[in-house]
Design a protein around this ligand. Structure first.
Ligand code: ZN
Length: 156
């Protein structure tokens, strides 16, 4: 069975209805099925839909970005931080390259900083309003590369 490449517009809100992310005003998001490009709970629903279809999808935390792992929250002495000018809510990469995990500063005391390495959306139930714009067979290149090409997907 050949894999599909699915393009869709989305509006992502949290449980209180606050908008967290949206593709409005831009290209739809394009992904290759079955390679983990998007969260599993959303992919499972999109997989069943056709071009032009709209749907309200609720994704539980466990099918989204996972539950928060307390083991990913660490306390670091302030002097180990690259700069003392840190405040709660700051986010930065834990390493030099672009694949290093992003951590969020949750607390700053006179001596220590508490860092949370969980995904910012971990532990949250997510609500999506989605609209499928295109469903097509993946090209041989896309299957080889393991990602979608074209607008909203991956560009070489
Ligand atoms: Zn590629």
């Amino acid at each position: 069975m050949s894999k599909k490449v699915i393009s869709f517009h989305y509006l992502l809100t949290d449980a209180s209805g606050k908008t967290l992310d949206s593709s409005a005003g831009g290209e739809p998001l394009t992904f290759l099925e079955g390679v983990g490009q998007i969260i599993p709970g959303l992919e499972a629903e999109l997989h069943k839909m056709k071009a032009g279809e709209k749907k309200h999808v609720v994704v539980k935390a466990k099918d989204g970005y996972g539950e928060k792992d307390p083991g990913n929250v660490v306390e670091v002495p302030l002097e180990k931080m690259p700069t003392p000018n840190i405040k709660a809510g700051d986010r930065f990469r834990a390493g030099q390259d672009s694949h290093s995990p992003v951590v969020t500063v949750v607390k700053v005391t006179k001596t220590h900083v508490t860092l949370d390495g969980n995904h910012p959306l971990a532990g949250m139930d997510l609500t999506f309003e989605v609209e499928i714009t295109e469903v097509r067979d993946a090209t041989a290149d896309e299957l080889t590369h393991g990602h979608a090409h074209g607008p909203g997907g991956h560009h070489h």
